[in-house]
Design a binder for this molecule. Sequence first.
Ligand code: DX5
Ligand code: ZN
Length: 220
Amino acid sequence: MTSPILISPSILSADFARLGEEVRAIDEAGCDWVHIDVMDGHFVPNITIGPAVVKALRPHSQKPFDVHLMISPVDLYLDAFAQAGADIITVHPEAGPHIHRSVQHIKSLGVKAGVVLNPGTPAKMLDYLMDDVDLILVMSVNPGFGGQSFIENQLRKIEAIRKMIDKSGRDIRLQVDGGIDFTTAPRAIAAGADVLVAGTATFRGGPSAYAGNIRKLRGG
Ligand code: DX5
Ligand code: ZN
């Protein structure tokens, strides 16, 4: 069973010179969460946002901050992102030596814990994390940049993980990130995703288009 569809716009596609205003604009346009892509130029070939920026954005929206960490080693920075105001912290298993420990660490900070699978990482790696995670994120592009094309075979992974979640009986959100637009969104939802990250498709057309873009992504 999937829950109502949530939209988490990736601010990677926002105007970085006006980031506070952009976060307020997507909030007013009806987004559910705010997706913040943190990149270090080492785990992925791009550099973006650190905890100071997350903290600066915090007063601009009450909506959950969904912080996707693409940094390695990741464990050293979990406390800083929690203190900066993250509500959900999502980590890649390849970004540290002990993914189970990282998940426990995030939960001990009072923050919801997510695990992200890169396109080449199998669903099986979640087997012994299902008792603890609050969210599973399937990357439908290789992490590092907005505006890439959706990798089709990730739909099969979403279907497999949807079955694992339903079997677990736990309240786990299934998120998809990368190349989500008005065409791929319904396909990801049909495969079992219930949280859609969308950067390009949310921010295209500027602030006056955000509400319509979010509504269309949701399927309305
Ligand atoms: C990629 C990021 C995504 C990205 C999505 O590493 O995790 O959140 O910004 O961008 P679009 O929606 O443009 O594919
Ligand atoms: Zn992301």
